[in-house]
Design a binder for this molecule. Structure first.
Ligand code: NAD
Length: 339
């Protein structure tokens, strides 16, 4: 069965391609390499022994998207990762984000509507919840006004899919709301490749330990949490990737309860920034140079998932720990810096 993975050379996409190939799916990747590189294709091939079909294509180019689908009418499902994802940049350049994250989604849904099999998985985010009133966060928690244009593209993206599903019963969509994906493949053949200064905690930790960054700043230690630092739900990217395969199989087997569904993907366990640092120090044997700094605007205090729906309805649960994720991220960081 042929599955299209957009953004399949990116961080989460590449790990998902590995899991799809492990399950015997034929994968076609579209990526414009705006935030990835061809080395990732080699990494996927090294892990699975199968080189996926790859097309370098900018999904903002509508006629190219149409041409692609005209020659791939046998696609059985699409997992749509391609998007721009830097929150800070989206504040500076909102139109780049609306164009890339919204236009590409609309073009793909239009083409998907012409296919025999219309199965669609969308990368959404726990940012849609903002600072939730209740923890852990269930899928029924209200969607809060977005803090950034990036966050807004995820909310609008979900609405676009939901509205399209309402008028097209052939279309089956699942939005997956990721909490905080971290880690790398245990083989260290693929992992996260942040460009410039990392925006996320774990690549900042590993780059600091590697000497690429002088010091890590922990933004705020006076939050109303156990140790005063922000709490997040860190999910190993391999567990996250496997959830995509399970969600896709649900659609392919017609097990979905309605033609638009939403699931949280997290571990269900909140970890503070200091706990994440301690985990890294434990598995790496390195002492991390960090300091406590002022709070950072826009950070929510605590967010972790209620995973009951994903566990019970999808039949998926995480298997890997924070320590596993930190160990894999550290192995990956050491590998890429040796190159
Ligand atoms: P990533 O940047 O590593 O991967 C995205 C890939 O899409 C990149 O390889 C990039 O080159 C490609 N791409 C971007 N625009 C494109 C276009 N116009 N045409 C073709 N390819 C294009 O990001 P990721 O961390 O793997 O995230 C994947 C998805 O998950 C994104 O939609 C992101 O918003 C979402 N998400 C990520 C996180 C996270 O923390 N990483 C959290 C929640 C949601």
């Amino acid at each position: 069965m042929k599955i299209l993975v957009t953004g399949g050379l990116g961080f989460i996409g590449s790990h998902t391609v590995v899991e799809l190939q492990n399950e015997g799916f034929e994968v076609v990747i579209i990526d414009d390499l705006s935030n990835s590189s061809m080395d990732v294709l080699e990494g996927i091939t090294a892990i699975t022994g199968v080189k996926p079909h790859f097309e370098q294509l900018d999904l903002k180019d509508r006629s190219k998207v149409e041409d692609f689908f005209a020659t791939h009418k046998d696609i059985a499902g699409i997992i749509h990762f391609a998007a721009s994802k830097a929150v800070g940049e989206s504040v500076q350049n909102p139109l780049k984000y609306y164009e890339n994250n919204i236009n590409t989604l609309v073009y793909i849904l239009k083409e998907l509507g012409k296919l025999q099999q219309q199965n669609f998985i969308f990368s959404s985010s726990c940012t849609v919840y903002g600072q939730a009133d209740e923890l852990p966060i269930t899928e029924n928690a209200p969607v809060k006004p977005a803090e950034s244009p990036y966050g807004n593209t995820k909310q609008i993206g979900e609405e676009i899919i939901r509205d399209t599903c309402k008028v097209n019963p052939e279309l089956k969509g699942i939005a997956l709301r990721y909490f905080n994906p971290i880690g790398a493949h245990p083989t260290a053949e693929i992992g996260e490749l942040p460009k410039g200064v990392p925006q996320n905690l774990v690549p900042f930790i590993t780059q600091t330990a590697m000497g690429l960054r002088e010091q890590l700043s922990v933004f705020g230690d006076d939050y109303p949490t156990e140790d005063g630092t922000c709490v997040r739900d860190y999910i190993h990217v391999v567990d996250l990737a496997k959830a995509h395969v399970v969600a896709l199989q649900r659609l392919l087997q017609g097990k979905n309860k309605s033609n638009y569904e939403v699931f949280n993907l997290g571990t269900g366990k909140g970890s503070s920034v200091l706990e994440a640092i301690q985990s890294f120090e434990k598995v790496s044997g390195q002492q991390l140079n960090y300091k406590i700094a002022d709070r950072r605007a826009g950070d929510v205090i605590a967010a972790y998932a209620d995973t009951d729906k994903a566990n019970d309805v999808l039949g998926w649960r995480t298997e890997l720990t924070l320590d596993d994720a930190m160990a894999s991220a550290w192995k990956w960081e050491q590998k890429i810096r040796r190159k």
